[in-house]
Design a protein around this ligand. Structure first.
Ligand SMILES: CC(C)(COP(=O)(O)OP(=O)(O)OC[C@H]1O[C@@H](n2cnc3c(N)ncnc32)[C@H](O)[C@@H]1OP(=O)(O)O)[C@@H](O)C(=O)NCCC(=O)NCCS
Length: 151
């Protein structure tokens, strides 16, 4: 079967995934996390990083910091060649399962106000608009929309 049509496996991030994640960061964001910044998350006890893998290739990932009973989603991206196949939705569902299992009070994230695709995906996953952080992003300068899901 064409590997584009396969369902991803969602697994915990390991060192072997980091090079491909750093590449997806570069393809997805104007200020990507570096290889080193991603590698540090492997030893961060607060970090919960999940990756989506198809036939051994890392095609997407979602990162979160679990602090007491709150989850702060730090980044979600899918390789451009693998978008529109439900991979981001699957990753968010896994974070949602984690939040329920661990009894978190909320999951929250920031997203560029212009990123209507991501905002829509989060809304459908049960996140509500919780506020604006003025001028939160650079390159280009833009406000962040805070979106939160309470449990
Ligand atoms: C946002 C992003 C993570 C979505 O990943 P994805 O795996 O393509 O998302 P999904 O396939 O789960 O999309 C679910 C639904 O969202 C909508 N959607 C997703 N991408 C869309 C697009 N480019 N245009 C319109 N609708 C879109 C669709 O309704 C889609 O369902 P459908 O394909 O059955 O119609 C991906 O586009 C990405 O990596 N973008 C760059 C990084 C980014 O913006 N990350 C979020 C920062 S907070």
């Amino acid at each position: 079967m064409d590997d584009h049509l396969r369902r991803p496996q969602i697994v915990k991030m390991q060192a072997r995934h980091i090079e491909e994640i750093a590449e997806i960061e570069k393809l997805s964001f104007s200020k990507p996390w570096s290889f080193e910044a991603l590698a540090e998350e492997l030893s961060n006890p607060l970090a919960v990083f999940l990756v989506a893998v198809i036939d051994g290739k890392t095609v997407g990932y979602a990162g979160m910091h679990h602090i007491i009973d709150e989850g702060y989603i730090t980044n979600i991206a899918v390789h451009p060649d693998y978008r529109r196949r439900g991979i981001a939705t699957a990753l968010i569902n896994e974070l949602d399962n984690y939040a329920r299992k661990k009894g978190l009070a909320l999951l929250t994230l920031e997203v560029r106000c212009s990123n209507v695709v991501a905002i829509d995906i989060y809304r459908r996953a049960g996140f509500d608009e919780a506020g604006i952080r003025k001028g939160f992003y650079d390159e280009p300068k833009e406000d962040a929309l805070i979106m939160t899901k309470y449990y």
